[in-house]
Design a protein around this ligand. Structure first.
Ligand SMILES: [Cu+2]
Length: 328
């Protein structure tokens, strides 16, 4: 296995050397043949790609060996997660091979993302594209002309980071209270009932102002009835959110001017789990009983499970009726 790899590598080098020997003179030259190729490429009128993220997933164009030059144009491209880069060959005998110059790392390569180490060359007019699903910096090069500086970089920007998220409910005249929904680690548990139509409201805060393309339930049962954006805060109104589940709402194409991407926020729904233990049991009943008649405030609002603004025997009865349920 190792030996055959070594042999393969040696053969590849021979092919590369032969390629340099055969193709370099015309490509280095400024003769009429090369000039003809240049003109054809230019007549394609390929637009120089916009390096800034757009409001939706985009395809960014890169020319491989424009005017016979050993370069990718543009050499550096900034895109967002989910965007596609489309390389079009402006001259022959080049490859797009991922990896820090000048070693293939197998992450992507022309013409079809397979056997990248071979550095297969394509000819003028060829098109290869690759969609980048992960944020990061990707170096690539031409397997034949890397050592002449034919290298490129794709910067894939991550989605904007949400700063915090909450499940918000109005408790009658007692006021508005938020259950934190951590963005990492254990899911936040919403213990309050959603009323007749199981309505909930998520608040998602970003560091800076954002625009949002769409919002939808991407996991669990429920649907987005509406959403709105005010500066750095996104409000998502949900309906039909059933009890005893984990639900994920995804904000699509969130754009903060620098980054763009999708932002998921998850919530556990377990009515009556006033202490957020992921199960409803006698402890929750006792906690609720202990707050009956107390004014609803930031430290006991979870016990007002029907969000009436008062903690009463009705809340105790709701918690009792949910004893035995637990978060899936
Ligand atoms: Cu090349």
């Amino acid at each position: 296995m190792k030996r055959s790899n070594a042999v393969t590598r040696r053969i590849c080098w021979l092919v590369v050397m032969a390629g340099v020997a055969i193709f370099s003179p015309s490509e280095f030259g400024t003769g009429s043949a090369a000039a003809t190729a240049i003109t054809i490429v230019d007549q394609n009128g390929r637009v120089v790609p916009n390096a800034l993220p757009s409001a939706t997933s985009q395809i960014v164009d890169v020319t491989v060996g424009p005017n016979g030059m050993f370069q990718f144009s543009p050499g550096t491209v900034n895109i967002s997660v989910g965007d596609t880069v489309r390389w079009t060959w402006g001259s022959s005998n080049h490859s797009v091979t991922s990896g820090t110059p000048c070693t293939a790392d197998g992450r992507f390569c022309s013409p079809n993302d397979t056997n990248c180490g071979a550095g297969q060359l394509s000819n003028m007019g060829a098109v290869y594209q690759h969609t980048f699903a992960q944020a990061g910096t990707y170096s690539y090069h031409c397997a034949l002309h890397c050592e002449y500086g034919m290298i490129g970089t794709i910067n894939v920007e991550p989605a904007p980071m949400a700063q915090s998220a909450f499940s918000r409910k109005v408790h009658g005249e007692a006021g508005t209270f938020d259950v934190p929904l951590p963005l990492t680690g254990n899911v936040g548990i919403e213990c309050r009932s959603g009323g007749a139509t199981n309505d909930y409201q998520m608040i998602i805060n970003f560091v800076t102002s954002v625009t949002v393309g769409d919002a939808a339930v991407t996991s669990g049962t429920g649907s987005v009835s509406s959403f709105s954006v005010s500066g750095s805060q996104v409000t998502v109104n949900l309906t039909g959110v059933t009890n005893v589940q984990r639900i994920t709402v995804t904000l699509f194409n969130v754009n903060d001017g620098t980054h763009m991407g999708n932002v998921p926020v998850s919530m556990g729904v377990l009515v009556g789990d006033v202490n957020g233990s992921t199960g409803v049991n006698s402890t929750d009943v006792a906690l609720t009983k202990s707050q009956v008649g107390m004014a609803v405030n930031s430290s006991n609002f979870r016990e007002d499970v029907n969000t009436s603004g008062t903690i009463s025997s009705t809340d105790v009865a709701i918690v009792k009726s949910d004893v035995g349920t637990s978060l899936p």
